[in-house]
Design a protein around this ligand. Structure first.
Ligand SMILES: Nc1nc2c(ncn2[C@@H]2O[C@H](COP(=O)(O)OP(=O)(O)OP(=O)(O)O)[C@@H](O)[C@H]2O)c(=O)[nH]1
Ligand SMILES: [Mg+2]
Length: 356
């Protein structure tokens, strides 16, 4: 899963990135000319993986991961003026979800903070990118038509793009447009920005963290939102001593690390779940989408397991913990054999039988 951090310049994207990754990418008030995004892979915190490791004592433990990409700031006009390079735009398009970092801290630069305005501004900007893309594509199609290339496929695409254009022109993101399977198929490769899941991160200062006076409910009218104390949590992430870290977190009323909060939030909002594979070699967490079947879960591990799928041996993490061992699970009736279409549940421990 790839999550892109976007937002206005100096909203604290790199600060949040550092808090999440425990890295130390350069945070700078005047760094907006820097064009390279920061990229990191972070583990998805999950106590269950630790428990399974204690139980199976594997040679190796592998957590599920998400990739985080910290982009340079957007500004009003980015889409029109082309200040955002096409390389960056193409990279943003490969993200599975976008998180919008919204400034909610005071600094000496530009006095007042206006989180709701900032969210609207960036939303408009993303919409404009999609609008410009659609218009350009429609022009190309018109050009093809004028040269006599009027295939059924292009006609259908033109119709679909015009629907999309109308929707965007009403200032609505594509997330809210219902598309048929065929329409979805013709635009899939275009990776529209406003079609992506979109979460907001409210980046508050130490002084106003946790007391937003109704700000969060206002944001929630349009966006899922989570609050961070960016600078503070970046400093926390860089502390060596865990007791100190815990003490500072308690003082601030922060219950879990930024990384754990974000990964949990993202999983919940994006509908991801984890299943586990266990054994003496490796205990590992895998990520799939809620509703995925056993054969799709097998495919997440390896395409061979999907192609040669016979069945899945399955029990739940909860059943394992209650029974105390895999042996006990196997004798108390909670161990199951499931077929291809079984809908995998969060916390399932799977072993795929396959034959290729
Ligand atoms: N007081 C306070 N300052 C912050 C906070 N988060 C970021 N800053 C400051 O805001 C400035 C910009 O932070 P960055 O993290 O570089 O912001 P950015 O969004 O990555 O900026 P660009 O990449 O240039 O668009 C820095 O001086 C940070 O120290 C915060 O939570 N509180
Ligand atoms: Mg930055």
């Amino acid at each position: 899963m790839k999550i892109g951090l976007i937002g206005l310049q100096n909203s604290g994207k790199t600060t949040i990135f550092n808090a999440l990754t425990e890295l130390q990418a350069e945070v700078n008030v005047f760094s907006n000319a820097k064009a390279e995004p920061n990229i990191a892979i972070v583990e998805v915190g999950d106590e269950r993986v630790g428990k399974l490791t204690e139980m199976y004592l594997p040679k190796k433990t592998t957590f599920a991961t998400i990739e985080l990409i910290d982009f340079v700031g957007l500004s009003a006009g980015s889409a029109k003026e082309g200040t955002f390079s096409s390389e960056l735009l193409n990279l943003i398009k490969t993200m599975d979800a976008l998180t919008l970092v919204v400034k909610n801290f005071k600094d000496d630069l530009n006095g007042d903070v206006s989180p709701l305005n900032d969210i609207n501004l960036i939303s408009d900007e993303l919409l404009l990118f999609d609008l410009i893309f659609t218009e350009t594509r429609l022009e190309r199609i018109a050009h093809q038509f004028s040269r006599g290339k009027k295939t059924n496929e292009l006609v259908f695409e033109e119709k679909t793009l015009n629907r999309i254009l109308d929707h965007l022109n009403e200032n609505k993101p594509l997330r809210t447009l219902e598309l048929s399977a065929d329409e979805e198929r013709v635009i899939r490769g275009y990776q529209y920005l406003t079609q992506k899941p979109f979460l907001a991160i409210l980046n508050s200062g130490e002084d106003n963290f946790g007391n937003g006076n109704g700000l969060i409910p206002s944001i929630q009218k349009t966006h899922d939102v989570i609050e961070f104390a960016g600078s503070f949590e970046m400093e926390l992430a860089q502390l060596e001593n865990e007791d100190d870290e815990k003490m500072f977190m308690d003082e601030m009323g922060i219950k879990e690390s930024a990384r754990n909060r974000l990964t949990k939030f993202a999983y919940e909002m994006l509908g991801y779940i984890s299943f586990f594979t266990v054994g003496s070699d490796e205990v590992r967490a895998w990520t799939i989408q809620k509703g995925d079947s056993a054969v799709q879960a097998a495919g997440a591990i390896h395409t061979d397991l999907m192609r040669g799928f016979i069945r899945a041996e399955c029990f739940s993490y909860e059943a394992l913990i209650q029974a105390g061992s895999e042996k006990a699970v196997k004798s108390n009736g909670t161990f199951r054999l499931e077929g291809k279409n079984y809908v995998v549940q969060d916390g399932d421990v799977l072993s795929i039988r396959f034959n290729v």
